[in-house]
Design a protein around this ligand. Structure first.
Ligand code: NDP
Ligand code: 2IT
Length: 444
């Protein structure tokens, strides 16, 4: 059996019942084939891929908190420290009822390659809880965040592990988490990113993932003799990534016409009104039905359906496996030119293969959404030098980083004989740096 198949089989055996983790590992290991073939005997002897697919350590703990009725509630809290070969563990915290060890393993594993692609010195980690923030009061959110940090603070630090936001974790939650870390440790330091601008946060971190997605998409189109001007875009999601992807797409001359949340979706042929979307989602924390009520050109439908709207570019920005084979076929039949992932692994393996086989330009999340964590790394730099940079300074750096990422993965794909396969390019470029650092640092 090949070394690659051995590794995939081992991960499945060692991590039963973890389909998302198996999916992420399969995608990466299959596309690393040309590199593995070239170094097979060394990698086998060093057990490099076994080590790369096994987290350094992981924590699971009880999170108890009191709800507004005085009832004690219990959730599972997690933090996975996957790999710190090139820098301190870095990655978001997800609060969603679906959170489990499979989802966190996949996210932390992907984060290792993504963080490497940014060119900045950050390793990979991820954490979170099955706590559901929907419908909770601010006090309940604070009670949960404080209790979660009561355990998490033991494992993190500005040179150890630096968490940030993800699904269900934005500025409000990071503020509560930071306050509790400070209370417990009596230290004022850059242990979390995505902080408020008055206490060490970076300008443009809120916008960074969505803006970065569009900077990369623009570069991808440029390299393929096209641009964003006048292009119709399908976006899914209506959270942090989706909102700022829509905002930047409009600024760059494109027309995003859809967005979605977990209960329904909007089609707005006049183009999404991003100010209204922010008001509904960021200020009122309401459902998308509120958007449709205030916007005569928009229609709202229950369930899922954004990929049925013909478009030039699709940007999945909600969650994993939200774009399946049937969606990929429909998008292709409707003439889609490019799919760039704003979310982590939103496209199923079958859908990815179908899009690639049908010559749709496809950039995986670990490259396309790396602007968020890259800007988090810029926040760490600012915290270390106890200075803060202007919005324009950060935004310029972000744009440069995203362009570099695209060219690095484009070149890696060419070098290894799979030109235009940006999945392989991203995995190879991300992997080589981490592999080199692991081999240089010896066996552990
Ligand atoms: P948010 O919590 O801000 O928004 C998530 C959006 O996706 C919401 O509109 C949510 O709807 C919708 N959604 C639909 N179905 C689901 C589901 N099954 N599970 C969770 N959400 C669902 O999260 P972000 O925008 O921050 O994250 C979106 C994606 O981008 C995730 O895959 C995340 O890992 C990834 N990402 C985020 C980065 C960041 O900096 N925030 C950086 C890089 C990647 P509803 O409101 O109804 O729940
Ligand atoms: O998936 C991701 O890259 C994030 N949620 C952002 C992580 C970070 O540390 O900013």
């Amino acid at each position: 059996m090949s070394y690659s198949s051995d590794i995939i089989e081992r991960v499945v055996r060692e991590n039963p019942g973890q389909p998302e983790f198996h999916q992420a590992v399969t995608e990466v290991i299959e596309s690393l084939q040309p590199v593995i073939t070239a170094h097979e005997s060394q990698y086998r002897r060093e057990a490099l891929l076994e080590r790369l697919t096994t987290p350094d350590r992981q924590f699971k703990f009880r999170v108890a908190w009191v709800d507004d009725k005085g009832q004690v509630q219990i959730n599972n809290g997690y933090r996975i420290q996957f790999n710190n070969a090139i820098g301190p563990y870095k990655g978001g915290l997800r609060l969603h009822p679906s959170v489990n060890i499979s989802i966190l393993h996949f996210l932390a594993f992907e984060q290792v390659f993504k963080n490497s692609l940014t060119g900045l010195p950050i390793g990979g980690g991820k954490g979170g809880s099955d706590f559901d923030p929907k419908g909770k009061s601010d006090r309940e959110i604070m009670a949960f965040c404080q209790s979660y940090m009561n355990e998490l603070y033991k494992y993190i630090g500005p040179d150890i592990d630096v968490p940030a936001g993800d699904i269900g974790v934005g500025g409000r939650e990071i503020g509560f988490l930071y306050g509790q870390y400070k209370k417990l440790t009596n230290r004022y330091e850059g242990v979390l990113t995505g902080k408020g601008l008055t206490f060490g946060g970076s300008s443009a971190r809120t916008e960074a993932t969505g803006y970065g997605l569009l900077y990369l998409t623009e570069e991808l189109l440029k390299a393929n003799d096209s641009d964003l001007e006048g292009k119709t875009i399908d976006v899914s999601g209506a959270g942090n990534v989706a909102i700022y992807a829509i905002e930047k797409a409009i600024q760059l001359g494109a027309k995003p016409v859809t967005c979605s949340d977990s209960t329904g979706w909007i089609y707005d042929p006049d183009g999404i009104d991003v100010a209204l979307l922010k008001e509904v989602k960021e200020v009122k924390r309401a459902r998308l039905t509120e958007y449709a009520k205030k916007r005569p050109s928009a229609t709202y439908q229950e369930g899922r359906g954004v990929w049925s709207i013909p478009c030039d570019i699709a940007l999945p920005c909600a969650t994993q496996n939200e774009l399946n084979l049937a969606d990929a076929k429909l998008l292709t039949a409707n003439g889609v030119r490019a799919v760039c992932e704003g979310a982590n692994m939103p496209t199923s393996l079958e859908a990815t293969k179908y899009l690639q086989a049908n010559k749709v330009l496809f950039v995986p999340g670990k490259a396309a959404n790396a602007g968020g964590v890259a800007t988090s790394a810029l926040e760490m730099s600012q915290n270390s030098e106890r200075l803060s940079w202007t919005f324009d300074e950060v935004d310029r750096k972000l744009s440069g980083i995203m362009k570099n990422i695209f060219h690095n993965l484009d070149e890696a794909a060419r070098e290894y004989g799979c030109s235009g396969n940006y999945v392989a390019g991203a995995n190879i470029a991300g992997f080589l740096k981490v592999a080199d650092a692991m081999l240089a640092q010896g066996v552990f």
